[in-house]
Design a protein around this ligand. Structure first.
Ligand code: GLU
Length: 417
């Protein structure tokens, strides 16, 4: 089947089925894991700056709460659909299980274009959406975090809205908050830092020296920009980066931090001095050692996978590679660090933030980064071992590990009543 004809949830199910075939799961458990536990759709009004009222649609989906409260980000994007949120919620379940943190999977989204909204409109939208999903959200039950187009400021509004309704401050209801109100040190860099750790491990497996390795990063946001400068700090050469406006290329290498400064001023990386322009599609096919997709789903497909030249792909984004592309990349010997492993650093430090919030006791940034490294490296090697033993790609291996953990937890808890 052609990749674009499949929705993200169909892709998530196909990935699940492929890995589940390697496990001796009871039919009922298998069917249970293929479904999301609960799905909330909300339509809510927002007062706009011109005095008009607009109705927005939002979602919050819990895929699993077997291993703990459900955890997962909220995205604001015009293309958000229930189907996409379901896939993202399911991926969160596997991600938390792969790195062994005690959470299930959730995701939320609002269909909107935050780039066309004022700060005030965005705050109204966020607070009303938070109120609408408050029936599902709590420190014990479901803990949101940032995702595409959401950030610490938006998390602060969610925390404040929830706390106003409760009558007392409840920092642990959301992660990815500003440090000033109970956020964790290291959280803003955590996803990119995890991408850096897993890329480093993958390069070791492939026998490619980290020092001088060439890297192309698609999506220069919360994840991609941090991955770029941390890999640069380790000696990698960042040859290309992009955002929704397009990409920039310099075979001699870019200074990722300086590109960040440029982007902060110009709202895009395009036009950065001393670079050639390239499209997002061209960036994916660039001559480089490491490709780091950090934007949206379905960008590496059966169409472009045969032309990809990178030897390692580290998925900073969720769902960037289709199942058909996975097969092509595996046959071509390209080492893919799958999203549920590569970008799990974010939710791992979210877990640290949640624990700190519940205890009102805060750790140093050094402690956080050390614990993050330990979890990422251990998880990478757990997955690598399964991939070598079973002769499967790293995604199937990660799913085998995750599905086994969730299935075991389900069996131990038992089916109620
Ligand atoms: N949105 C991020 C992800 O996809 C972070 C989720 C979290 O920290 O809960 O992993």
């Amino acid at each position: 089947m052609e990749k674009n004809s499949r929705s993200p949830y169909e892709i998530a199910i196909a990935q699940f089925d492929k890995a589940a075939a390697h496990l001796d799961l009871k039919a009922g458990i298998r069917e249970m894991l293929r479904h999301c536990k609960r799905e909330l759709i909300v339509h809510f009004p927002v007062k706009m700056d011109d005095g008009s009222v607009r109705i927005f649609t939002g979602y919050r989906v819990h895929h699993s709460t077997v291993r703990g409260p459900s955890k997962g980000g909220i995205r604001f994007h015009p293309d958000v659909t229930l189907d996409e949120v379901r896939a993202l919620a399911m991926w969160m379940t596997w991600k938390c299980a792969v790195v062994g943190i005690p959470f299930g999977g959730a995701k939320g989204g609002v269909v909107c274009d935050p780039k066309q909204m004022s700060e005030n409109e965005l705050e109204n939208l966020t607070r009303r959406y938070a109120t609408e999903i408050a029936i599902l959200m709590s420190p014990e039950g479901d803990i949101p975090a940032p995702d595409v187009n959401t950030n610490p400021r938006i998390m602060a509004w969610i925390m404040d809205t929830y706390s106003m309704h409760r009558g007392y401050s409840t920092p642990a209801v959301v992660t990815g908050k500003p440090v000033e109100i109970g956020g964790s040190l290291g959280r803003s860099e955590a996803t990119g830092r995890g991408v850096m750790f897993t890329t480093r491990e993958a390069l070791k497996v492939k026998g490619i020296p980290l020092d001088g390795a060439t890297v192309a990063v698609q999506g220069f946001g919360n994840v991609g920009a941090v991955a770029a400068y941390l890999l640069q700090d380790k000696g990698c050469k960042i040859v290309a980066v992009s955002d929704s406006q397009g990409g920039i290329y310099n075979p001699k290498g870019l200074d990722a931090r300086d590109v960040m400064r440029f982007k902060a001023e110009n709202r895009t990386v395009v036009g950065y001095p001393g670079t050639d322009r390239l499209t997002n599609e061209e960036l994916l096919e660039l001559e480089c050692d490491v490709l780091v997709p950090c934007a949206l789903e379905n960008v590496i497909t059966a169409q472009n996978a045969p032309r990809i030249k990178a030897r390692v792909i580290a998925e900073g984004a969720n769902g960037p590679t289709t199942p058909e592309a996975d097969e092509i990349l595996y046959d071509r010997g390209i080492f893919v660090v799958p999203d549920v492993l590569a970008n799990a650093g974010g939710v791992t430090v979210s877990y640290f933030e949640w624990v700190q919030g519940l205890q009102f006791f805060f750790w140093s940034e050094r402690e956080i980064n050390l614990q993050l490294r330990e979890i990422m490296v251990r998880s990478f090697n757990d997955v690598l071992r399964i991939s070598e033993e079973r002769k499967v790609d790293m995604r199937v291996a990660a799913y085998i590990l995750a599905i086994r953990r969730v299935a075991e937890a389900t069996m131990i808890r038992g089916i109620y009543p």
